[in-house]
Structures are given as structure tokens and as C-alpha cells.
Design a protein around this ligand. Structure first.
Ligand code: 5GP
Ligand code: ZN
Length: 126
């Protein structure tokens, strides 16, 4: 698409029934830990670790099976270390989790990455 701003693109694609689209639109006054042109980050409602922040693209795609633009994936992953630094876990270490599909435990079908830090982690996958 040419001749259309990123803001307009995001707005056109927002889903009425998506909680994260509503959060991004500011409907609930959720505090953003970090935001840029492409992503917002906010703390998880039910934190699983002392730091549990979600990094969410402004553009609505369900998950990786929706085949998001590789550039968008780069924008999400570029934001992760910035959010880790803001949350003070960049030096202690942090874990990134991203669920795809109900079978993997995805409950909100707007692509997002969980950034988890603080406390202790076991070695291994999860
Ligand atoms: P998923 O299970 O889809 O990978 O992760 C969805 C996450 O979104 C869950 O960890 C859940 O606690 C969080 N969540 C769901 N609704 C809200 C909300 O309204 N606000 C915030 N901040 N987090 C939410
Ligand atoms: Zn959405």
C-alpha cells in the first residue's frame, strides 16, 4: 500500500472484537511501558513473573500462522531489548514466549510476545 500512513493502516485493520486492538486504541487507558510507530508494550493483567510485559504490534494479525510481514516481526523483536531495559531486566536476563493457536495456549488472537523476567528460571525451554 502506498500513500497511506502507518496510523491509517493500523486503524483500517483494527478488529472490533479484539481486546488488544482496543487497548492499542486507548479504550481502557492502559499504561504503555513503551510505544513506537509499530508496537506498544504493556504489563500483563495476570503476571507470571515479577516482570511480565506484552509486546504487541499495532497492526492486527492473529499469530504467526497469519503470515505477518517479516518487517513487522523485525519491528516487534527490535522493541524487545528496549522494553527489557525499561523494565530493568536486560542485564539479569529475560525470557520471550509467543503462543500460536489455542493448542499452544493462545487466548488473545492478536499477535504478541511475552517478555518475562525477574525471579528465577529453570534451564530449558519453559
Ligand atoms: P496468550 O495466552 O494469548 O499468549 O496471552 C494473552 C495474555 O494477555 C495473557 O497472559 C493474559 O493475562 C493477558 N491479557 C488478557 N486480557 C488482558 C487485558 O485486558 N489487559 C492486559 N494487560 N493483559 C491481558
Ligand atoms: Zn487486534
Amino acid at each position: 500500500m502506498t500513500g497511506i500512513t502507518q496510523d491509517a493502516r493500523t486503524e483500517l485493520n483494527a478488529q472490533d472484537d479484539c481486546i488488544f486492538c482496543k487497548i492499542i486504541a486507548g479504550d481502557f487507558g492502559t499504561e504503555f511501558v513503551y510505544e513506537d510507530e509499530y508496537v506498544v508494550a504493556f504489563d500483563d493483567l495476570h503476571p507470571q513473573k515479577p516482570v511480565h510485559t506484552l509486546i504487541v504490534p499495532r497492526y492486527h494479525v492473529e499469530n504467526l500462522e497469519d503470515h505477518p510481514d517479516p518487517q513487522l516481526l523485525g519491528q516487534i523483536f527490535s522493541a524487545i531489548p528496549k522494553v527489557a531495559a525499561i523494565k530493568g531486566v536486560n542485564e539479569s536476563g529475560y525470557r520471550v514466549i509467543q503462543n500460536n493457536g489455542a493448542g499452544a495456549g493462545q487466548t488473545v488472537f492478536h499477535l504478541h510476545v511475552h517478555l518475562l523476567g525477574g525471579g528465577s528460571f529453570t534451564e530449558g525451554m519453559v
